[in-house]
Ligand binder design. Structure first.
Ligand code: IFM
Length: 434
């Protein structure tokens, strides 16, 4: 970890932490099922065989968690609203209580309206799901809009499409490869319809949380460069170009269903902020006729690219390379690519999985990434906030409880919360920034 003082961020910079409903709430008996409940019930889907039925039991312990946020001194808390819970009697009451508690603690609520827990009877391959999403969003903003000023529509539609619909390692477990693209289009359409619904209700500060990372060609060989460009289109541009430029990258629009040009007008509704979830870059080369590995996920041999290891870098417990300068590269690259079409950026997720209460590795990771973020600010990127993933250790999807991303340790037998060394480090960083 660097020992020199952390540089100051601009006045008004928003410091926060993130979580998501399915990963922390529990109280599954008090909501309708989501696609994740059905998925985790299938043997072998989640590595440790666990479910999120209780998770951190945040539903019952939210007051304790808001007290942890207040102790941390964050300006804002990014959580997600569970669509299946909102569909259940009394479901919105929970978010009403949570938002009241946050406001009383002086923490700005920043809800994400979809973080992968689709109601079990819905399907992103169906266009109608986008319209159902907008109805649900209208119900949420009607109830919470008097206290919530900042909204995020979707979390990481790229991963939800790739892992959930193309590769089948996440819910709903489909293995459609490129036939999964309609699920991406319908999520993007849902995003645009949600922006319209939020604006109609008077909301003024709207964004999305998209995951992005630089793509590094494995070599200068034209075949590696071409493969890396393909990957960049698939993971980055497919989800940013329609929002920011109002068009799909060349060759992609033809693969999408419906009246794509008309839909793009909805998808490109202007945004007030652009949320970026950053974890690591990817090194990508030409296919090698064999499986490759992407962040712990097996990629089939038939893809037009292969993901290669990033060597000579420390790895997190998840096996993800630690590359802080990738964040600076990503943000300056986005500024160059999208120019004044890029709204002010907020880092809506950044973090790492490590074991232990004295989590010096996490402190080093976060310290280096916050400095890398500052370099992007110095380079002229308009960055307005940074959210650590995550407040609590939680249900890490197909990994179950084996990956710990929290600033606060959760004992999953007792649900006892214990702040880690990184919690105190982040608290001290925020105090010094004030
Ligand atoms: O836990 C996830 C989160 O739900 C979405 N972004 C990445 C995190 C770490 O894998």
């Amino acid at each position: 970890m660097a020992t020199d003082a952390m540089p100051r961020f601009p006045d008004g910079f928003l410091w926060g932490v993130s979580t998501s409903a399915h990963q922390i709430e529990g109280a599954a008996d008090l909501r309708e099922p989501s696609v994740w409940d059905a998925f985790t019930a299938e043997p072998g889907r989640v590595k440790d065989g666990s479910t999120a039925a209780v998770a951190c039991d945040h539903y019952h312990r939210y007051r304790e968690d808001v007290a942890l946020l207040a102790g941390l001194g964050v300006d804002a808390y990014r959580f997600s609203v569970s669509w299946p819970r909102v569909n259940s009697p009394g479901g919105l009451d929970f978010y009403d209580r949570l938002v009241d508690e946050l406001c009383a603690a002086g923490v700005r609520p920043v809800p994400t309206l979809f973080h992968w827990d689709l109601p079990a009877d819905l399907d992103w391959l169906e266009r109608d799901t986008a319209y159902r999403f907008a109805e649900y969003v209208s119900a949420v903003v009607r109830r919470l809009g008097d206290r919530v000023g900042t909204w995020l529509t979707l979390n990481e539609p790229a991963e939800h499409t790739l892992l959930g619909h193309a590769l089948g390692t996440h819910a709903p477990g489909r293995e459609l490869l490129f036939d999964a693209l309609p699920a991406a289009h319908h999520q993007l359409l849902a995003h645009g319809l949600a922006v319209r619904a939020l604006r109609a209700a008077g909301a003024g500060d709207i964004g999305i949380a998209n995951s992005h990372g630089p793509t590094w060609p494995a070599s200068d060989d034209p075949a590696d460069r071409e493969a890396a460009e393909f990957y960049d289109v698939l993971l980055n541009r497919l989800f940013a170009d329609p929002l920011l430029l109002g068009r799909y990258p060349d060759g992609v629009g033809e693969l999408m269903p419906g009246d794509v040009d008309a839909d793009l007008k909805v998808i490109a509704e202007p945004l007030d902020r652009y949320g970026v979830n950053y974890y690591a870059p990817a090194r990508v080369g030409a296919p090698r006729g064999a499986e490759s590995e992407w962040g712990g996920v097996r990629l089939p041999a038939g893809l037009p690219f292969s993901v290669r290891p990033i060597e000579d870098r420390p790895l997190t417990d998840f096996g993800w390379p630690v590359v802080p300068e990738g964040l600076t590269e990503l943000l300056t690259g986005f500024r160059d690519r999208y120019g004044d079409r890029l709204p002010p950026v907020v880092i809506t997720e950044n973090g790492c999985s490590y074991e232990g209460l004295d989590d010096q590795d996490r402190i080093a990771y976060l310290d280096a990434h916050v400095r890398a973020l500052h370099r992007a600010v110095e380079a002229g990127v308009d960055v307005r906030g940074y959210f650590v993933w995550s407040l609590l250790d939680n249900f890490e999807w197909a990994e179950g409880y084996a990956r710990r991303f929290g600033l606060v340790h959760v004992d999953f037998a007792t649900r006892t919360r214990t702040p880690k060394a990184s919690y105190r480090w982040y608290r001290d960083l925020l105090r010094a920034q004030r």
